[in-house]
Design a protein around this ligand. Structure first.
Ligand code: 5GP
Ligand code: MG
Ligand code: MG
Length: 181
């Protein structure tokens, strides 16, 4: 594995992200903060504890990578989602890649009557995006490589790593075997 961002760098990035978000909302404005599961799990826990505004917290499930490292069909499950009508909403995701996930979710939350929708991501991939939406708050810009760790997975593994890394080709193969156990 090639480490791209270590634990200390990640924590510093989350701190910067929280400062930016705090500056935007202030400390009195209530915000409904929603985690895009499952990739934002680790970031979300670290981020919300650093934000000072009153928060309602919820989750939404979206999966696009369908097991592999190539972007595929996007599945969204919002049945159990926290109520967003007339609320100020902040969507938190792990990474902005093609942008399709956050574009779709932003639209969905607006349709449900949110007063405002902003997006925060840990990572912004340097590549051609497929939508006109851009994330409002970004901690790190990264090159166009498939990364794992700090919530991001390959075949649902590696989410628990405290750092962010790029998998070597041999590790990709080994993961296919390990993930079946
Ligand atoms: P988008 O819809 O912006 O193309 O992709 C967003 C989702 O794809 C992310 O929430 C994440 O789950 C997944 N994804 C995109 N790039 C990567 C990557 O480099 N590594 C991992 N593990 N997941 C990624
Ligand atoms: Mg995701
Ligand atoms: Mg994934």
């Amino acid at each position: 594995m090639r480490i791209l961002l270590d634990e200390e760098q990640l924590q510093a990035g989350v701190e910067r992200l929280a400062t930016e978000i705090d500056r935007f909302y202030g400390s009195d404005r209530p915000v409904t903060v929603i985690a895009v599961m499952t990739g934002s799990l680790v970031l979300f826990a670290d981020l919300i504890r650093r934000l000072s505004m009153p928060q309602r917290v919820g989750v939404i499930q979206a999966s696009s990578y369908r097991g592999g490292t190539e972007s595929g069909q996007l599945d969204v499950s919002s049945d159990m989602m926290i109520d967003v009508a007339d609320r100020e909403v902040l969507l938190v995701d792990d990474i902005f890649d093609t942008g399709k996930t956050l574009d779709r979710l932003t639209g969905l939350i607006k349709e449900k009557g949110a007063k405002s929708v902003k997006t925060a991501v840990l990572l912004h991939k340097h590549r051609q995006h497929e939508v006109s939406l851009r994330p409002d708050f970004v901690a790190f810009e990264i090159p166009d490589e498939f990364v794992v760790g700090y919530g991001l997975d390959y075949l649902d593994m590696y989410r628990n790593l405290p750092y962010l890394a790029v998998l070597e080709p041999a590790e990709i193969e080994a993961t296919e075997h390990k993930s079946k156990q």
